[in-house]
Design a protein around this ligand. Structure first.
Ligand code: NDP
Length: 257
């Protein structure tokens, strides 16, 4: 049985980009802890697959987080159908790996709009619903260890993910009076569609040899920390970050086999 401290029973959770990778693991983790889960994504096949996994009593919405009006409508529809919105996970994301000297404005905008502006749209709509509902809430922003480090060929991604830490702090401070906690999860290297091609190459081994946990992360490694930040176990934790990277971001040494 789930400990009441970590129970999500009676809570309605929205996970953007929850039709695959990290978002899917968080969605299924929330469901296992009793939440009603609403997942969004753009790809109809991936949306159909997660709908089958979630089953009855949950929902999947086709949504592009960059579409301000569609975000507002999706939150209104969730409240109308399920009665509240209690947890938001801003997880939707893309990567455009391009050297800065070659990076187009479109490469910059696509990444900033998806991660940072999309998270703002979703957080604003969710916070309004949470304040109107009067029972507090939880907002979890999925940042990255690249909220802390400077990666090559990803200046757009690093800027967006670092911005999400500022978004987290600002929202957490402003929404505290409404009993809404806002935190960011900063994942390290977890193999998903976002980086599978890279991690299946030599870089995967290099990263494994710099990770104190001695392995790459999996999407399921994020679920526990997300459940903590979504549950009443974290009611006095706000405007901060939780790094889930097997220790990667604090070491400057390789380990040898
Ligand atoms: P995936 O590619 O597996 O998942 C990304 C998800 O975002 C998909 O469900 C995708 O759905 C959705 N998405 C992308 N763009 C949009 C959009 N405009 N509107 C709505 N949904 C969108 O990658 P991950 O699971 O790895 O990534 C999840 C999050 O974790 C991202 O924010 C990523 O930056 C972050 N992260 C991942 C790390 C890793 O090692 N994997 C490390 C650090 C952070 P669809 O395909 O249907 O559009």
């Amino acid at each position: 049985m789930t400990s009441p401290l970590f129970s999500l029973a009676g809570r309605v959770a929205l996970i953007t980009g929850g039709n695959g990778g990290i978002g899917r693991s968080i969605a299924l983790g929330f469901k296992a802890h009793g939440a009603t889960v609403v997942v969004t994504g753009r790809n109809p096949d991936k949306n159909a697959a997660i709908a089958a996994e979630l089953g009855d009593g949950h929902a999947v919405i086709e949504l592009d987080v960059r579409d301000e009006q569609a975000v507002d409508q999706a939150v209104a529809d969730i409240v109308a159908r399920f009665g509240s919105l209690d947890i938001l996970v801003n997880n939707a994301g893309i990567a455009r790996r391009v050297a800065v000297l070659e990076m187009s404005t479109e490469d910059w905008n696509a990444v900033l709009e998806t991660h940072l502006t999309g998270s703002f749209f979703c957080a604003r709509a969710a916070a309004k619903a949470m304040v109107a509902g009067g029972r507090g809430g939880k907002i979890i922003n999925i940042g990255s260890m690249y909220s802390l480090l400077g990666p090559p060929n990803l200046v757009n991604y690093a800027a967006a993910k670092t911005g999400m830490v500022g978004l987290t702090r600002g929202l957490g401070v402003e929404l505290g009076e409404h009993n809404i906690q806002v935190n960011a999860l900063l994942p390290g290297w977890h193999k998903t569609d976002l980086n599978r091609a890279l991690l299946d190459g030599p870089l995967g081994d290099e990263i494994r040899h710099k990770t104190p946990a001695r392995r790459l992360g999996t999407p399921d490694d994020l679920a526990g920390a997300a459940i903590f930040l979504a549950s009443s176990a974290s009611d006095f934790v706000t405007a901060t970050t939780v790094v889930v990277d097997g220790g990667y971001s604090v070491t400057d040494r390789r380990w040898e086999e």
